[in-house]
Design a binder for this molecule. Structure first.
Ligand SMILES: [Zn+2]
Length: 125
């Protein structure tokens, strides 16, 4: 059973979200998650029961946010043709993590200042 949504809309394209054990996926041997642009899948590692994180759910949500940012970048055309000066990486990981961590604060600042477009933001509070 997937603890997250089964799919996510990335700029109009449906991506699936899968949660797998490390032994079920070769890429998860060396990553906590990944966004596969070829199949439009986000795969998150489930190492629950075998981790030292105090709040593993919070860590998994952080990984999912990170991979969603990757998916947005892929669907924006920022994929394998992007050259950020590092061999083997499509996106600057620092920037991806920054967006993943700061998104809610950015959204709140846009809403609080009236800078948001409104039509694209759905917030109940
Ligand atoms: Zn990444």
């Amino acid at each position: 059973m997937n603890k997250f949504a089964d799919t996510v809309n990335i700029l109009g394209t449906t991506w699936t979200i899968e949660v797998k054990k490390q032994g079920e996926d070769k890429i998860l041997q060396s990553a906590e998650g990944y966004a596969d642009r070829t199949t439009r899948r986000i795969v998150i590692c489930d190492a629950s029961g075998d981790t030292d994180y105090g709040d593993y759910d919070a860590f998994q949500r952080k990984v999912l946010r990170h991979e969603i940012i990757h998916a947005f970048m892929f669907e924006s055309g920022l994929g394998e043709c992007a050259d950020y000066g590092r061999i083997g990486t499509d996106h600057p990981e620092l920037l991806v993590d920054w967006f993943a961590m700061q998104f809610e604060k950015l959204e709140r600042a846009f809403i609080d200042t009236g800078a948001h477009t409104g039509a694209f933001l759905v917030r109940k509070d």
